[in-house]
Design a protein around this ligand. Structure first.
Ligand code: FES
Length: 668
């Protein structure tokens, strides 16, 4: 080290080096592999190279670091401060600051090119920001009479020289805009480059950030997250009802529509694409972004939504052998599938796992990471068709199970979607059999003072999926329903809540302007749905030789709202420590967002999906046996020791009369 050299330590990486005084700080950092971001190419425009010069004696590094050991703040930094935001004390643009002496330099997270995006719950790894499409600002050689090269050639030369992006291709769709952008920007442009290989967008001058959207196409709703691909934050989230609903509430009725109408598949494709375009418009409106500036889209959906969005006929998915048209991930151009964003933008569609287990389940795996854990995870998206993934880093299995629409409130006498006025929480006093409940739209319980006034505007309108789970589980705990799911008719004498309806009995949950009743048939519908889901899980457990599940994650709109305790009491999910059962929220949408923010995650999920063992429940002879056992509450064969170590077993009830027993046999 000569007298002209200075020692520099970068934190938090701890990388250090010795550099000649006069070296630009950004160059020093990069020469030793310190990860500092830049969009503007060191022109003092983007601020992404901002660092903090530490002031003090750092004995650990044997360095005395002073702000004066950097060149004085220059004009460009002053201009940046005026235009963008004030640079805080000791904060410098590393592309402008020059080394004058020994330094300890901190690189804050927002200046790291591959920074971690922290996910809120501790169970998940953070996402490393590494999007497929990045921005580069360049200065291009102006057109010259003596130099007969095209604008594109000079742009590519500038990108190769300044950003080391060699052999770039250019999406032809941007060529008509290129000449105008170069001249409007006075030969300075910002380009978006996809996977460091293809120019997909160009803007005159400097653009500080670019955006992408992660889309989850569900049969009922479509959800979108608008994400800043430069900073890694979610700018806005929005959702709409899937416009295909007018062709049928559930997936099979939409496939039936396609079968019965010559142009049915096309109509459904146009409807879902229109819906996606409308949603893009809305979420961009919320975020103040022009949809034409969206450079990347990632998409997940169940197999039928996946096919219809891509313009593929879903008929083969309507019956065995449930053949997918394509089970690999797809990279498409937005313009080729009628999506109105930047015409050069890419659409990445996650791979489907099997004919019944879609790209939404792949997204769920990416978000919940069962493939990275030693613990055995059960991840379930509880919809009309439950998608189930079980396993750990050694082995992963998946299947789907036809749960039907009961959990969405359909086929339940007072069932409804989870909207205002729907009963969502229920408790029943095992002594008096009197219920109390809460409804969506109010925090109060029905026996709280002020409840009637709080719900006056909308009233109690029905029971949503989570309410159905709770009321039947509570009826079981109170002894109103026995383990076979039969409502105990002997209780009519002790409670007016229970009354005979023909040969069976019902329970009055609410006797208001609208009478909310749980009938024997309601209980039966929930038993059928939960038995189908549980049988699917048992089948996977058996195939994998897994007895004990360490962790259960419930995904999807319904899965996120049910109380794990009640789901387990009913036997919807297997026995597990209640602390280890949790909601996964919209895990499929989170998976799409991870694929948007981190391009290596795409290879990860593609490889994981290839090794997932697919189990077809319809072909498994043991499914029926598991299903029959699972019709009981919680289960005829499986005990739930971990559950009943923390939950009291149901109260004993008087024996039914002979008439009741006959009624019960008929009801069964
Ligand atoms: Fe853009 Fe320094 S690299 S401001």
């Amino acid at each position: 080290m000569s007298l002209h050299d200075a020692r520099i330590v970068f934190t938090p990486s701890g990388r250090r080096g010795t550099f000649p005084r006069g070296t630009r700080l950004l160059d020093a950092a990069r020469s030793i592999g310190v990860d500092i971001d830049s969009v503007c190419g060191g022109r003092g425009l983007c601020g992404r190279c901002r660092v903090v010069c530490m002031d003090g004696n750092f004995a650990k590094h044997a360095i005395v670091s002073r702000p004066a050991h950097l060149s004085v703040v220059n004009e460009i930094e002053n201009r940046y401060s005026e235009r963008r935001r004030e640079l805080e004390k000791n904060h410098r643009l590393s592309c402008q600051a020059v080394i004058r002496g020994d330094l300890v330099i901190d690189v804050p997270p927002e200046s790291q090119m591959h920074r971690q995006i922290v996910r809120k719950d501790a169970e998940h790894r953070d996402i490393k920001l590494d999007p497929a499409t990045r921005l580069y600002h360049v200065e291009v050689q102006p057109a010259d009479l003596l130099e007969a090269t095209g604008d594109l050639k000079r742009l590519c030369d500038a990108l190769a020289w300044e950003w080391h992006l060699a052999d770039l291709a250019c999406d032809p769709v941007i060529l008509p805009r290129l000449q105008h952008a170069l001249r409007e920007g006075d030969w300075r442009v910002t380009v978006a480059v996809h996977r460091q290989s293809t120019i997909v967008a160009v803007w005159p001058g400097f653009i500080p950030a670019t955006h992408g959207i992660a889309i989850d196409i569900g049969s009922t709703t479509i959800a979108a997250h608008l994400v800043n691909l430069t900073a890694g934050n979610v700018v806005a989230t929005d959702g709409i009802m899937n416009p295909q609903i007018r062709f049928g509430e559930d997936l099979m009725s939409r496939v039936s529509y396609v079968m019965m109408h010559e142009d049915g598949a096309d109509e459904l494709t146009q409807a879902v694409r229109r819906g996606v375009n409308d949603l893009i418009g809305e979420v961009c409106g919320l975020g103040g972004i022009d949809p034409a500036d969206i450079v990347e889209l990632t998409v997940v959906g169940n197999p039928i939504m996946h096919h219809l969005f891509l313009g593929l006929d879903p008929r083969e998915l309507g019956g065995a052998p449930f053949a997918l048209a394509v089970d690999t991930a797809l990279d498409l151009k937005a313009r080729d599938i009628g999506i109105a964003i930047d015409p050069g933008a890419n659409v990445y569609v996650l791979p489907c796992i099997a004919g019944h287990v879609g790209a939404d389940a792949a997204g769920m795996v990416l978000a919940e990471e069962p493939h990275l854990l030693d613990d055995v995870s059960l991840v379930v998206d509880v919809g009309t068709n439950a998608e189930i993934v079980l396993g750990n880093r050694d082995r992963l299995l998946a299947c789907s199970s036809p749960t039907g629409p009961a959990f969405e409130g359909a086929q339940i006498s007072c069932g409804q979607r989870a909207t205002r006025g729907a009963i969502e929480r229920v408790r029943i006093d095992p002594e008096t059999l009197e219920p109390r409940f809460s409804v969506i739209g109010s925090e109060l319980w029905s026996d709280d003072p002020g409840f009637e006034a709080a719900i006056e505007a909308f009233g109690v309108t029905g029971i949503c999926g989570s309410g159905i789970i709770e009321v039947i589980a509570e009826m079981y705990l109170a002894g109103i329903v026995d383990e076979n799911g039969v409502i105990n008719g002997t209780l009519t004498s002790g409670s007016e809540r229970i009354f005979a309806e023909g040969r069976t009995f019902s329970y009055v949950l609410h006797d208001g302007a609208q009478r909310i009743v749980v009938t024997q048939n309601d209980v039966r519908q929930v038993q059928l749905a939960k038995a189908a889901l549980y049988a699917g899980v048992r089948l996977l457990q058996e195939r994998a030789g897994i007895d004990r599940i360490d962790r259960i994650r419930l995904a999807g709109a319904f899965g996120s709202h049910i109380d794990p305790k009640y789901a387990m009491i009913l036997g919807l999910i297997p026995d597990c420590d209640l602390d280890s059962v949790d909601s996964a929220g919209n895990a499929a949408g989170m998976g799409a967002m991870i694929a948007l923010l981190n391009v290596p995650a795409r290879a990860e999920i593609e490889a994981t999906v290839r090794r997932i063992e697919k189990v077809e429940t319809a072909l498994e002879p043991k499914f029926q046996e598991h299903f029959v056992n699972a019709m009981a509450i919680p289960n005829k064969r499986d005990s739930f020791p971990r559950l009943f170590s923390v939950v009291d077993k149901p109260a004993a009830r008087p024996e039914s009369t002979g008439t009741d027993r006959r009624r019960r046999r008929r009801a069964s």
